[in-house]
Design a protein around this ligand. Structure first.
Ligand code: SF4
Length: 368
């Protein structure tokens, strides 16, 4: 889409310059020399229409055959470019509409503008599939769906906070523990639960399992294993060099969430025998270490919670709670695809489907 727009901008600028240079139309007032806005493109269309109309009138009033021939040939270019600029206006409007539909998404489906292209589970031939769809979030307990919502963004991480808002605003007060898998474990999400909700997150993060492996714990180039000295605020590397604190750095992601890092730098990596294994820094530069204090503290809290017998056991039940709801929906009710389009309708259909899951479950329970 961006390339498409860049092409349109370049071509329209080029043709506009040509029209002004050849004095086919007068110069128009522009807001920016780089891009012709839709309004400015429409103005060019108006000017070209004037030029073409003027030439047509002159042709019609002329009695001289060769003059008429000459004028007709002079009208050819503005006429062609009039068509071209009308097309630019239409394309630019379409592009602007599409950008408004995208919102913060990377794609949308033409057959359902609320849906986004997402990677679905591989088919039976193990082919990855990119299909228009929605991201359905469910909150469950005892294998009953208690709350749900439908999102256009494919990643679970970014559905977490809005889904908690949905639950609080439309369903019920949040329970004491919020249990979710590593797909939801992010600094932003932990911060939201720890600071804004009256609940405790039992949510792992991506490296949770890996950092517990012997290999990770024994890797001497893993900075998590480096000795830290609080007094001097420095780390000691395998070559016994100090990495001292230099400055703070902030990184803001595309959704506007900002993270703060403490940047440490090794005093000297010059001549270090471990250099090639330890850093990719250019010769003359020294190894840097970025520490996100908040993230480290959050992970520490999560590790404590998950290693605790009671909360660890609650987390362990996650798989046998929410997964069966999806399993029941697909395998028992055969609900593998939506039959409607548009977020509102999809929301309704999902509501009916989940209600059916709950009723079947309830009926089965009452029958025993
Ligand atoms: S490369 Fe630098 S930081 Fe890494 S072990 Fe050597 S001296 Fe230490």
């Amino acid at each position: 889409m961006e390339n498409y727009s860049a092409g349109l901008i370049e071509r329209s600028n080029q043709l506009y310059d040509e029209l002004v240079e050849k004095e086919i139309i007068p110069e128009i007032e522009r807001e920016s020399p780089e891009v012709l806005s839709t309004k400015e493109l429409a103005k060019v269309v108006g000017k070209l229409e004037d030029t073409v109309d003027e030439l047509t009138t002159t042709i019609e009033s002329s009695k001289d055959v060769s003059e008429r021939k000459q004028l007709r040939s002079a009208r050819k270019m503005p006429k062609q470019l009039l068509k071209q600029f009308k097309d630019f206006v239409a394309r630019k409007q379409k592009y602007e509409q599409a950008m408004a539909t995208f919102g913060t998404r990377n794609s949308y489906s033409k057959t359902d503008r609320d849906a986004t292209f997402m990677r679905m589970k591989d088919d039976y031939m193990k082919n990855g599939q990119l299909k228009a769809g929605y991201n359905v979030q469910i909150a469950s307990e005892g294998q009953h769906a208690l709350a749900y919502d439908v999102f256009p963004n494919p990643t679970d991480t970014r559905t977490f906070i809005p889904f908690l808002n949905t639950i609080e605003n439309h369903f019920f007060t949040l329970p004491k523990y919020i249990v979710a898998d590593a797909g939801y474990g992010s600094e932003e999400n932990y911060e939201d639960v720890f600071e804004n909700r009256t609940a405790t997150p039992l949510i792992t993060y991506n490296m949770y399992r890996k950092e517990k492996t012997k290999r990770a714990q024994k890797n001497k180039f893993n900075t998590a294993n480096w000795k830290y000295d609080e007094e001097t605020d420095s780390f000691t590397c395998p070559n016994n060099q100090q990495l001292t604190f230099r400055h703070l750095s902030h990184k803001t992601d595309r959704n506007g969430f900002s993270r703060e890092f403490k940047v440490y730098e090794c005093e000297s990596c010059t001549g270090c025998p471990f250099r090639s294994e330890c850093t990719k820094a250019k010769e003359g530069n020294h190894r840097k270490l970025l520490l996100n204090v908040k993230w480290e503290q959050q992970k520490e809290k999560i590790r404590t919670l998950l290693s605790d017998e009671k909360t660890g056991e609650i987390y362990g039940r996650r798989k046998i709670d929410v997964e069966p709801v999806f399993g029941f929906l697909k395998a028992n009710l055969g609900f593998t695809r939506l039959s409607v389009r548009g977020q509102e309708r999809v929301q309704n259909e999902m509501g009916f489907a989940l209600m059916a899951v709950n009723l079947r479950k309830l009926t089965a329970r009452n029958a025993t």
